[in-house]
Structure formats: C-alpha cells, structure tokens
Design a protein around this ligand. Structure first.
Ligand SMILES: *Cc1c(COP(=O)(O)O)cnc(C)c1O
Length: 356
C-alpha cells in the first residue's frame, strides 16, 4: 500500500524551457540556475536534461561537487562566491567560477595558494542592497582583482530587484553602466524576469532559474502564458475518502468551510507535510478526475479536502493534480500568498519523485 502522493518531473519540459531561453536571448550564453537542489526538483535528477546549457549556477559547494562528480565538465558559477577563505581550496580543485562581492574576499583571493587562476564574477550592488560593491568602487576593485595572479577571466555581475515588476530595471541598469565605465568587460545581469522582459539586460550571460522549471518570475502564470514555457513538476495524489455533507456541516480543523447545501467532498492524500501550502485557503484550484475544482477547509498535515460538485463521478481512487500541467503552481502559490519558487523548493522529502 503506497500512499498515492507523487511528484513527477517532465525532463523534456526542462529541455524545452532551456530552448525557450535560448530563443529569447539568442546572443547570450546561459547559466542554468540549479541552486536549492534545482529549485526542489533534485539536482542529480535533472541536471543532465539541462546539459545543453553553457554553465550551471548554484551556491553550495556540496552541490558543485555533485555536478563535478557526476561528470559535468563545463563552467560552474558560485552565485554567492565563497563563504570562508578555506573554501577557495575546493573552488580551485573543482575549477569553480567564483563571485566576489565583499572586501574580505579580495584579501582571501590574494592570499590563496591556487593551482591555477580562478575566473571571477565581480558583483555590483545595483540597488537591491543585498550583495555587491557600490558602483563607484567597482573600477578600483576591478583593477585590484585584475592585478592578482590568482584571477583568470573577469565578468561584471549584478542582480535585479524589480525585473518582474512595473518599476523595471532602468535605475539598476544605469548603476551598472556607471560601475562599468571605462572597463572593457563581459556582463551577466539577467535573471528569469529580465531574460523574458528586458532584452537590454541580456548582455553576455543570462542566469535564468524559475523559467527553466516552467513557473512565472512575477508569480502570475498569465505573465508567461504566451512564452511556451512548460511546467516541469506535477504534484499529484488521489482521493482516499468521500464525505456527503448536509447544509451547515463543516470540514476540517477549525471548521473553516461550511456547506451551504448537500455537497460531496473528497479527501486527498496530500498535506503541508508533503509541501502543499497550509496557507492556501478554501477555493484554491485543484484538478479532480480531470475536472477543475477547488479545495475546501484547512489543509492538514497529511490531507486536504476538495469539492466534488463539479465531478460527481469522482470517488475513492480518483486522481488529483495539485499542481502541474493544468493547475499552475503560480495559481496555487497565489492562493497561499506566496510564489511558485517557494512551493517548488518546499517539496517535502517524503514525497516520492519520478522522472518521465
Ligand atoms: C536565484 C538567482 C538567479 C535566478 O533567479 P530566477 O528568478 O529564478 O531566474 C539569478 N541570479 C542570481 C544571483 C540568483 O541568486
């Protein structure tokens, strides 16, 4: 007896989404972002489907080492650089491209004993105020790095705070331009949102993450509806119980849903301990036996309830898609006040995963 919850990953969709990125940014090379265990999909399961990429970007040494041990010979970009001076030995050994964003890293890089120079991404703070040097410091840091024998190829890197929002990237782009004044440099600026919506930021290397997995960088599925991007992950389960309610009867913890008339509901084997968001209230879209319906009541640890009114034929064993091809992860996320990224990354280890 296997509990029916299952995540299936469509590796062709992943390949297809990389092709969409290439069409969208034909002049740029592509860092496929596979941090956070490939956005919850499992780095080891999915990286080969993306092996047509120019490089992989991530941020854990452990994940970089997995890629090398599994045979990836191309570039690997450490998006947050190295966390301790001692990490440089592994960056050297595994030939990783490192991001440099803080003063202490300059000294560490200067002092390291490397077998060969490391390629460096110099990070500019273009207004997000997370990581990076202020634009006015970049020329001097660039020269400092350029003078180090430990430094190989250099690229200017930045990250946008508003690429998926109306505010856009104009202000950030002008900070990058100021930082790059007088430097002949390759640039890498664009996350998924800028890859899709700001061709002026494509430059030399784009760094898409979420669109490879087929969800929207803005959080709204409609925003990517015409791009041809395909969802990679389908989270599914099945109905394991049916209840017939009368008017006034309630469902689940706290009785947060009350039937207004006679109503059949199905109990689905999936809950927040599987990664389905507890904050998704009654009315979150769900596909039951191939028919669109909605959830009712509070999501429990191991179960949730769905309305069977639109699908009277559905009974025990009926298949349920929680997100995937039909039910967009962005729509489920929106119902829970979050974004598709968080749901993907939160897929629980207890959910079996298959690749198709
Ligand atoms: C996560 C990340 C990306 C990818 O972001 P998406 O919105 O998933 O495309 C790109 N660059 C950096 C520095 C990141 O941390």
């Amino acid at each position: 007896m296997t509990r029916p919850v299952l995540a299936s990953l469509d590796l062709q969709a992943l390949q297809h989404n990389l092709a969409v990125v290439r069409q969208t940014a034909p002049e740029a090379r592509v860092w496929s972002v596979v941090k956070a265990n490939a956005y919850g999909h499992g780095l080891q399961r999915v990286w080969r489907a993306l092996a047509g990429t120019d490089g992989f970007a991530l941020l854990n040494l452990e994940e970089a080492i997995i890629l090398r041990e599994e045979g990836w010979k191309g570039p690997i970009l450490m998006l947050e650089g190295f966390f301790h001076p001692e990490d440089l030995a592994a960056c050297d050994r595994y030939r990783l491209t490192i991001c440099v964003h803080s003063n202490w890293q300059l000294k560490a890089l200067q002092d390291a004993r490397l077998s060969a120079p490391l390629d460096v991404y110099l990070k500019v703070n273009s207004g997000m105020n997370r990581l990076g040097f202020m634009p006015e410091r970049v020329t001097s840091v660039w020269r400092q790095l350029r003078a180090m024998t430990n430094v190989g190829e250099m690229t200017l890197m930045s990250h946008f705070a508003h690429a998926g929002e109306p505010e856009g990237i104009a202000a950030a782009m002008s900070r990058v331009a100021r930082a790059a004044e007088g430097l002949e440099c390759r640039r890498s600026l664009a996350n998924s949102a800028a890859t899709l919506w700001h061709p002026e930021a494509h430059s030399d290397w784009v760094r898409p993450g979420i669109i490879l997995y087929g969800a929207s960088p803005s959080g709204l599925w409609q925003d990517i509806a015409t791009t041809g991007l395909k969802p990679v992950m389908t989270l599914s389960s099945a109905i394991i119980g049916v209840q017939s309610l009368g008017a006034g009867e309630r469902v689940g913890y706290g009785g947060r849903f009350t039937a207004t008339g006679e109503q059949r509901i199905g109990i689905v084997a999936a809950g927040y301990a599987d990664g389905y968001p507890r904050h998704a209230g009654s009315g979150t879209p769900v596909l039951v036996d191939g028919v669109r319906s909605v959830t009712v009541g509070t999501v429990s640890m191991d179960m949730l309830a769905v309305d069977l009114t639109p699908c009277p034929q559905a009974g025990i064993g009926a298949p349920v898609e929680l997100w995937g091809q039909e039910i967009k992860i962005d729509d489920v996320a929106a119902a829970a006040g979050t974004i598709g990224y968080e749901l993907m990354c939160a897929l629980a280890p207890r959910v079996p995963v298959v690749t198709v």
